[in-house]
Design a protein around this ligand. Structure first.
Ligand code: GFR
Length: 324
């Protein structure tokens, strides 16, 4: 049997990164996780890394600022997956990924000089949300997320680095159980804000499924240099449908459904802190503009559930049961 590709995960202790490490191990890939000295005294991250090692992953020590260390790590694998968090978590964190691009480019030179067999065959940068190439019109300050992702795409493509971009739409935990409300992750008990008429289609994906589809893509020629959109059919839902699902599950009808216009939703933005200004912009594009579902996938893309029908993805109502 052909050896499974060797995978290096950067930010493997993060919200989606930890799931990608687990999916890589579960799908039988020799899995490497970057252990960065920057974790310092974050004992939870360290213990998560040690648990990955106990499950068979190998920890590779290097800071993103240590070019030689990063080159040495990249040379050991076939695929590099970055799962770094976006602007709303820390400003300009995504730009650290340019150091990964520099490291991936470097061994190419070594190969010319020493004819080294260089393994790196694909880079998956940290995308996992809206397709940034379709967000050139995005509102400030949330547009920073998309501008930084596009800057990295340009660096990748200018360096002819083989790649796959994963557009995973809405992580279920941030948008589903809270019935698409901001500033909470829990279901409302009485009152729910409905965006416009509540009939704009969004797409909700269980984070473990995001990871499973991501790992399915890495060796597939059909995903080479393409954007892969995750559009699980049963999870393409309007906010009204999400609310209905919750009311059916909980057996309770929410007493107050308050419809707010786009203008009313955007008005308070200037008074909010940065992460919530970013969030308001993203929520606006998703639930008023319908940016996740208002386009057809082109020839430079493919849809994950059609590529991998064997993946039994989690339906949103199943996902919401844990919140009852
Ligand atoms: C759906 O695609 C994206 C979603 C994307 O490309 C980039 C960012 C997002 C999310 C973020 C999740 O990390 O949009 C908003 C943000 C999460 C967030 C949720 C921010 C502020 C909030 O008040 C919030 O309430 C649940």
């Amino acid at each position: 049997m052909e050896e499974k590709s060797r995978v290096l995960v950067v930010s493997g202790t993060g919200y989606i990164g930890r799931r990608i490490v687990r999916a890589s191990l579960a799908q039988g890939h020799p899995t490497f996780v970057l252990m960065r000295p920057e974790i310092g005294l974050d004992v939870d991250k360290l213990q998560m890394l040690l648990s990955f090692k106990a499950q068979g992953a190998r920890l590779l020590e290097a800071s993103l600022d240590d070019h030689a260390g990063l080159v040495a790590a990249v040379k050991q694998v076939d695929v590099v997956i970055s799962a770094m968090s976006g602007a709303h978590m820390r400003s300009h964190n995504l730009l650290l990924q340019h150091k990964i691009v520099e490291a991936i480019k470097e061994p190419g030179n070594i190969k010319l000089l020493l004819n080294t067999i260089f393994r790196m065959q694909r880079f998956l940068p940290s995308e996992f949300g809206m397709d940034p190439s379709r967000m050139t019109h995005a509102l400030e300050p949330g547009r920073v997320t998309f501008d930084e992702k596009m800057e990295l795409r340009r660096a990748i493509e200018e360096s002819n680095i083989p790649h796959t971009y994963i557009s995973a739409n809405c992580f279920a935990a941030y948008f589903g159980p809270n019935l698409c409300q901001m500033r909470t992750l829990l279901p409302p008990k009485e009152r729910v804000l409905v965006y416009g008429d509540g009939n704009v289609k969004a797409i909700f994906v269980d984070e473990d499924d995001v990871a499973a589809y991501t790992i399915k893509c890495i060796d597939d020629p059909r995903t080479m240099n393409k954007t892969i959109y995750l559009r699980p059919p049963d999870n393409i839902l309007t906010q009204n449908e999400v609310i209905e699902k919750w009311e059916k599950l909980s057996g309770k009808v929410l007493s107050e459904k308050i419809h707010i216009t786009a203008e009313e939703f955007l008005a308070p933005m200037k008074d909010l802190d940065f992460p919530n200004q970013v969030g308001v912009g993203h929520f606006y594009h998703i639930f008023y503009e319908g940016c996740l579902t208002n386009f057809e996938i082109g020839d430079d893309g493919a849809e994950a559930t059609l590529l991998y029908p064997e993946v039994q993805y989690t339906r949103l109502d199943e996902y919401m049961k844990q919140y009852l």
